[in-house]
Design a protein around this ligand. Structure first.
Ligand SMILES: *[C@@H]1O[C@H](CO)[C@@H](O)[C@H](O)[C@H]1NC(C)=O
Length: 464
């Protein structure tokens, strides 16, 4: 009932302080494999996946202000947003987040520009994709609270999709070149990977190998649901993740985490990520996700909190119990200091060699040429309707696309580290539910009950 008062007060504050908020929230910089605040202290991500519906969640400043107020009490300093509309003005939301000291990680792809989805015969990186990615970058480049951009999320979601990796690298190369050609701040441009144990070490090495900084991702991040409470650093598989990330060439962090089976979530993994187990190599984590949906990962709800995709997508956020409080108390105790910029010797980072291919596994053999487009790629798309934001015309097809991807992830990623552990069996359910994020927001009819059906559909639609 006090909603309008609170939100307008917040909005008023955000609006009146506009010049002093997003335009002056100091940008985070990258040195070696670490993020640094302007004062030279190390920055660790305490993040939340924030995508309220299929629509861009950064357009309604009133809603952002309501969410920011609660997110602040949680201790978050970053959000991740999966899809934005580059033709719209994001200032009110970006300012609302900036006023609370919250940074943003933005996916450059939109629903129609994926590098690979299961309806495609193979991966692609075209002038049209380049132009659409550039639109998104242009729309956000001037906000100092942009922490970075993703060139893709779970582009490789099946064991047999590793040949898409050079396309991811090409997209990173071209978008970095675009950033520099526009003289934008050197915000990092990276990739968010599905946790496929058989590919992960090769993928993270491949995306950072080759010896040319222009070609590599500026950060690598992992969507991982290996740690389901109760668990431990060793039992979860995180110890293995840490081993593979030692002295990583660029920042590495969790771009999704928060296993919810069997529940309740204790978020005990945060103590490993943001503590001595891992904080020497990892830069924090993004918790999946803010809004409660059918997949049951919500930290808040705008409705009654039922695990459904039919609930309200805006309103006054109410914490989900006990997840919200559990995360809040974890984060409250975790304040890693890391290393200061002046004390940090970035020469301690490793270099990675480009992995050789292996039969039935990683299929990219060494440092293969990447299909970059170069500046010509952008001009070749000059006739493309730049600035438009077309959703796929065939909704059924699109929904199947995302569902297939989700199911594929679930079927594949758990097979590695988690297999053989108690968490293993629940892992696949978790992972598939997780990647339903895009789907559930994309196609409201897709409910938990429909998951099995889509799983079956996936078999027939993959690679069509
Ligand atoms: C890739 O793997 C999936 C799932 O294992 C399978 O359905 C699909 O046919 C494979 N695709 C190719 C091109 O081999």
């Amino acid at each position: 009932m006090k909603l309008s008062t609170v939100s307008s007060a917040l909005l008023g504050a955000a609006a009146s302080a506009y010049a002093a908020t997003s335009s002056t929230l100091p940008a985070i910089s990258v040195v070696g494999n670490k993020f640094f605040n302007e004062d030279g202290s190390q920055f660790f991500i305490k993040g939340i996946a924030y995508q309220l519906s299929q629509a861009d969640p950064l357009l309604d400043g009133d809603q952002c202000a309501r969410d920011v107020a609660l997110m602040k009490t949680l201790g978050a300093n970053t959000i991740r947003v999966y899809h934005v509309d580059p033709t719209k003005d994001h200032t009110s939301c970006m300012d609302a987040f900036a006023s609370a000291g919250i940074y943003t990680l933005i996916d450059l792809d939109t629903f129609d520009t994926y590098i690979l989805d299961p309806t495609m015969a193979g991966p692609s990186w075209t002038g049209l994709q380049y132009a659409r990615y550039a639109d998104v970058m242009d729309a956000f480049a001037d906000y100092t609270n942009v922490l970075g951009f993703f060139v893709g999320n779970e582009v490789i979601s099946l064991l047999n999709q590793s040949l898409a990796a050079p396309y991811i690298k090409a997209a990173a190369h071209d978008m970095k070149a675009y950033r520099d050609s526009k003289k934008y701040r050197k915000f990092p441009i990276g990739y968010s990977a599905a946790d496929i144990a058989e590919l992960r070490p090769m993928l993270q090495d491949y995306l950072t190998c080759g010896g040319d900084d222009a070609d590599i991702v500026d950060f690598f991040s992992l969507n991982s649901y290996e740690w389901c409470d109760p668990n431990t650093y060793v039992g979860s598989g995180y110890q293995n993740l840490e081993k593979q990330a030692a002295d990583f060439p660029v920042p590495i962090f969790f771009s999704e985490t928060g296993c919810n089976v069997p529940g309740p979530r204790l978020f005990a993994d945060q103590a490993s990520i943001l503590g001595p187990d891992m904080d020497g190599d990892w830069s924090g984590a993004i918790i999946y996700e803010w809004i409660q949906e059918a997949n049951d990962y919500g930290l808040i709800t705008y409705g009654d909190g039922s695990a459904s995709d039919d609930g309200p997508r805006s309103g006054t956020p109410t914490p989900m119990t006990p997840d919200f409080a559990n995360l809040k108390s974890q984060w409250a105790t975790l304040n890693p200091t890391g290393v200061s910029k002046s004390d940090y010797d970035s020469k301690t980072i490793s270099t990675r060699s480009c992995p050789a291919s292996t039969a039935g596994g990683w299929e990219v053999d060494g440092n293969v040429a990447i299909p970059t487009l170069g500046p010509a790629g952008l001009s070749s798309a000059a006739n493309a309707p730049s600035g438009t934001f077309a959703m796929p015309t065939n909704q059924g097809n699109a929904a199947t696309t995302t569902a297939s991807k989700a199911t594929g992830t679930g079927g594949t990623s758990p097979s590695g580290t988690a297999s053989g552990t108690a968490a293993g069996s629940s892992e696949s359910a978790k992972s598939s539910a997780t990647s339903l994020k895009s789907l559930s927001v994309f196609n409201r009819e897709f409910t938990a009950a429909g998951a099995a059906l889509v799983g079956v559909m996936m078999v027939f639609t993959l690679w069509l």
